[in-house]
Design a protein around this ligand. Structure first.
Ligand code: ADP
Ligand code: ADP
Length: 234
C-alpha cells in the first residue's frame, strides 16, 4: 500500500484581480513507503500548490487523496490537523518556527499536541536534536541560529512524531551552500532509514538526490522517472 496516493487532483486559485491561476490541472501520483521523490519544474508550475494539497493545507477543487490507504476526502480541517501530526511532517522554505519559543520547545510542541507524554517528548526531542547536531542549541531562540540550523530545527519538528511521510517545499531555497549541503545530507540520511520524502525544488541538481524525479510543468506531471533503475512507479 502506498504511503500516499492522489488521483485527479485539480486546484484553481481565484486571485483577487486578474485571471484565476490553474495551478494543478489533474495529477495522479503514488508514493511508496520509504521512497524519495523530487518534484521539479519552473517557478509557477504549481509544485507548491501540489505539495499543499498533498499535506491537506489546501483543498483540491476535485480529486482524492489517500494516506496509507485511508481516503482523506471527507476529513475536516481539524481531522487533517490531527492526522498530519501523526502521518506527515512538513518543512517549508522559510522555516516557520515559533520565534519566541526555544529550539527545544519548537521541536517538542507537535509531540505534546499529539498527546505524547512530556517525558517521552523530551527524550525524542533530545535524541533528534543530538542527531541533527543541535544538542548545544536547545535553549536558543530560532532567531539566534543560522538559516541552516533553523532548517534543521524545522526538520526535527517535522520528524518528532516519526511520520511515514515528509513533505519539503523548497527546504534549502533560502540557505547558503553550506546550509544546503547540511540539509540535503540529512534528507538523504533519513531516507536511507526508510523515511518517504516528497521534495519540491526548482533546482534539478538537488532533485538528483532522489530515487525518482517528477517534472512538473503547467500544473501537470510532464515526466516521471526512476533514477536508480528501481521498480517503476505505480
Ligand atoms: P510553484 O511552486 O511551481 O512556483 P505555485 O503552486 O506556487 O507554483 O503557483 C502556481 C500558480 O498558482 C502560479 O500562477 C501562482 O501565482 C498561483 N498561485 C499559487 N498560490 C496562489 C494563491 N494562494 N492565490 C492565488 N494564486 C496562487
Ligand atoms: P514558493 O514557490 O516558494 O512556494 P510562492 O510565492 O509560490 O513561493 O508561494 C508562497 C505562498 O504564497 C504560498 O502559500 C502560495 O500559496 C501563495 N501564493 C503564491 N502565489 C500567489 C498569488 N499569485 N497570489 C496569492 N498567493 C500566492
Amino acid at each position: 500500500r502506498p504511503v500516499l496516493r492522489a488521483e485527479g487532483l485539480v486546484k484553481t486559485h481565484q486571485g483577487g484581480e486578474g485571471a484565476p491561476a490553474h495551478a494543478v490541472r489533474g495529477v495522479d501520483l503514488s508514493v511508496r513507503k520509504g521512497e524519495f521523490v523530487a518534484v521539479t519544474g519552473p517557478s509557477g508550475a504549481g509544485k507548491s500548490t501540489l505539495l499543499h494539497l498533498l499535506g491537506g493545507l489546501q483543498r483540491p477543487d476535485s480529486g482524492s487523496i489517500w494516506l496509507d490507504g485511508e481516503c482523506a476526502d471527507r476529513w475536516s480541517e481539524a481531522r487533517w490537523a490531527v492526522e498530519r501530526r501523526k502521518r506527515i511532517g512538513i518543512v517549508f522554505q522559510f522555516f516557520n518556527l515559533v520565534s519566541d519559543l526555544s529550539v527545544a520547545d519548537n521541536v517538542e510542541l507537535p509531540a505534546l499536541l499529539a498527546g505524547v507524554a512530556p517525558k517521552r517528548a523530551r527524550t525524542e526531542r533530545a535524541e533528534l536534536l543530538g542527531e541533527l547536531g543541535l544538542a548545544g542549541k536547545e535553549r536558543s531562540l530560532p532567531g539566534e541560529l543560522s538559516g541552516g540550523e533553523q532548517q534543521r530545527v524545522a526538520l526535527a519538528r517535522a520528524l518528532v512524531n516519526r511520520p511515514p511521510l515528509l513533505l519539503a517545499d523548497e527546504p534549502v531555497g533560502s540557505l547558503d551552500s553550506k546550509g544546503t549541503r547540511e540539509v540535503m545530507r540529512l534528507l538523504s540520511r533519513f531516507h536511507q532509514r526508510g523515511q518517504a520524502i516528497v521534495l519540491v525544488t526548482h533546482d534539478a541538481r538537488l532533485a538528483s538526490a532522489a530515487d525518482r524525479v517528477i517534472s512538473f510543468f503547467d500544473g501537470r506531471i510532464a515526466d516521471d522517472a526512476e533514477l536508480d533503475g528501481g521498480p517503476p512507479p505505480r
